[in-house]
Design a protein around this ligand. Structure first.
Ligand code: 5GP
Ligand code: MN
Length: 338
């Protein structure tokens, strides 16, 4: 965000606005944390603000401060539409292309308002009045902290804001271990703790509230894991039957894909999860090192994300999807064995 953008934002926020904050579909900790962190900040400036998520998010995020104020576009459709109709400013957080908001895309595409994008994914679209995009950032939550700092208002960060921002930085960095975790990330997090984020409690709420069925599902995922040493790759499949047998709820498979990368010599991991309701196989890709899963997902599985963490989808059957994956891997054999 350059000086001109900061002045534009200051000028927009100096007047009373009707603000809607929208994160991406299937919101994760960073999407919900950045939205709610920004929500409390803008409220404290006297603005009218709402957060509208495109669809449901996991139970392990439902304790976050402000959770009760969040509207679900699928469930609270008419109320959400009304707020969007009246909105004068729309913040889009943790995504950079309007195709990432599901059914909300149609509404946002035709909407006349000042859009402000805050995001750390690659190849941002050009729909916003102000685009704050930085792929080197650990998380959108770290960027919301920067955003508040650039406005000269770090002192407005309350315990509620700090808790939300801490949560998203923690989840998007794999608890401060991914490559994008910088010394600056740690400084931001230290400041958030000073401002009231209870780091141990946040970690516990997100990671240590599993129902037994989720650990049993993890057991199935790990038994289904296939290792392709020649491509330094490991992949997991989960069918709809397997999910149903373990009382699957949104978010239950979060983090499963990472187990592949804990194998010695494996640098590329994938998980294929059947979603019969949407007739798709949802895919997550992870890598360590230089192999770009963003490029891989973009080129072959209608997706994208970051260099080391991306997602995509397939409309073929599980069997065909996995066959295609293995066929495509052959093209990348050299890159994968560098
Ligand atoms: P996850 O595998 O945890 O769902 O997502 C990993 C990363 O890839 C996240 O940054 C997420 O925003 C991005 N991502 C996941 N699915 C998709 C997709 O279908 N399209 C795009 N463009 N990005 C995705
Ligand atoms: Mn993020």
């Amino acid at each position: 965000m350059n000086l001109e953008d900061i002045e534009t934002v200051k000028s927009i926020l100096s007047k009373p606005q009707k603000i809607v904050i929208v994160p991406h579909k299937n919101p994760d900790g960073d999407a919900v944390g950045s939205s709610l962190g920004l929500y409390f900040f803008l409220k404290s400036k006297g603005q009218e603000v709402s957060v509208i998520v495109p669809n449901e998010y996991p139970k392990f995020l439902k304790w976050m401060p402000g959770n009760d104020t969040v509207l679900n576009f699928e469930r609270e459709n008419s109320e959400s539409k009304k707020l969007l109709e009246e909105a004068t400013v729309i913040f889009t957080l943790d995504f950079n292309d309007l195709s990432r908001v599901g059914q909300l895309e149609k509404v946002l595409k035709t909407k006349k308002a000042d859009f402000i994008m805050i995001d750390h994914h690659q190849q941002p679209g050009d729909y916003a009045t102000v685009t704050y995009s930085d792929v080197s950032m650990s998380s959108t939550c770290e960027m919301v902290y920067n955003f508040i700092e650039k406005l000269g208002e770090v002192d407005k960060i309350t315990k509620e804001i700090a808790t939300n921002l801490y949560t998203g930085i923690m989840t998007d960095t794999g608890s401060f271990k991914y490559r994008s975790t910088s010394s600056r990330t740690h400084r931001v997090v230290a400041d958030l703790i000073d401002r009231g984020a209870d780091n141990m409690e946040i970690h516990r709420q997100v990671f240590d509230t599993n129902p037994p069925s989720r650990l049993h599902l993890l057991g199935v995922a790990l038994s289904n894991m296939v290792i392709l040493s020649e491509y330094r790759t490991a992949y997991i499949t989960l069918s709809q039957e397997e999910l149903d047998a373990h009382n699957f709820k949104k978010g239950d498979t979060e983090g499963f894909v990472n187990y592949g990368l804990t194998l010695e010599g494996i640098t590329f991991a994938a998980i294929f999860i059947e979603n019969r309701e949407e007739s798709i196989i949802k895919i997550s890709f992870r890598s360590v090192g230089d192999f770009s899963v963003n490029t891989f997902a973009r080129n072959h599985f209608n997706g994208g994300g970051h260099d080391n963490a991306a997602g995509g989808r397939s409309e073929m059957s599980m069997e065909e999807t996995v066959q295609k994956f293995i066929a495509v891997l052959e093209e990348y054999k050299n890159q994968l064995n560098l």
